[in-house]
Design a protein around this ligand. Structure first.
Ligand SMILES: C[S@@+](CC[C@H](N)C(=O)[O-])C[C@H]1O[C@@H](n2cnc3c(N)ncnc32)[C@H](O)[C@@H]1O
Length: 214
């Protein structure tokens, strides 16, 4: 059986089922790396939000900052909620594994979404994100790092979140850099924060802001 299709179907079903709970939890928060990323984008610049979720808080904030915004998400339920939450933003039902843009965006934004991919899919989506970015464009990526105790990163990759089984994997700083730097990105900033929530427990968030080489 095709592993890629498995993960995509599993995660689509899971996120459709948790969409309403995720919206009610108002889980996602802004952080200093988000503000830094926004400051790099030219006035009226274009943003692709990969896995836009409920649209809150990020789609709303990108619109308030005057950016030209497109959010894509694999979950039709998430898209439905996002359109209700942020009616003036553009949202499209699409998997990040099917991105097909050519140097169209000043910024690509991925907040807690690429961790839902296995390493092969991650590398493939990384190439597609690079292709979507204009030269000198910016890429924001937030993920979870493994806890210090984790020795085998591929252990427990099928986890239960809000009562739904889905694929999610921690990535190390080294793994992320080994994928993006050779593709032609330079690292501008790394930000770390430990988060603790009822829904997801303790998470070691790491955020990268990269710039595509000109
Ligand atoms: C943890 S939520 C983050 C949502 C949003 N970025 C935020 O920070 O609030 C993960 C989101 O990624 C979406 N997602 C999962 N797999 C995806 C894929 N292959 N392509 C696009 N979106 C995906 C889910 O439907 C969900 O909305």
């Amino acid at each position: 059986m095709d592993k890629k299709l498995d993960i995509i179907s599993l995660n689509r079903k899971a996120w459709n089922n948790v969409a309403e709970k995720y919206d009610n939890a108002k889980y996602s928060k802004i952080n200093p790396a988000f503000q830094f990323f926004c400051k790099q984008i030219p006035e009226g610049g274009s943003i692709l939000d990969v896995g836009s979720g409920t649209g809150l808080p990020f789609a709303k904030l990108f619109l308030e900052k005057g950016f030209n915004y497109l959010g894509i998400d694999i979950s039709s339920q998430m898209i439905k909620i996002a359109k209700k939450n942020v009616p003036l933003a553009n949202f499209k039902e699409l998997s990040m594994t099917d991105l097909d843009f050519n140097e169209e965006f000043d910024g690509v934004f991925s907040h807690f979404t690429m961790l839902l991919l296995n390493p092969d899919m991650f590398k493939d989506v990384a190439r597609k994100i690079l292709k979507s970015l204009k030269s000198n464009g910016f890429f924001y990526l937030s993920l979870n790092e493994p806890s210090v105790k984790t020795t085998d990163l591929d252990e427990d990759v099928i986890c239960e979140i809000m009562g739904e089984k889905m694929y999610s994997r921690a990535y190390t700083e080294g793994e992320v850099q080994e994928i993006f730097i050779p593709l032609g990105l330079k690292k501008l900033q790394i930000y770390r924060e430990t988060q603790n929530s009822k829904e997801f427990g303790i998470e070691y968030m790491i955020v990268f802001v990269f710039q595509k080489n000109g």
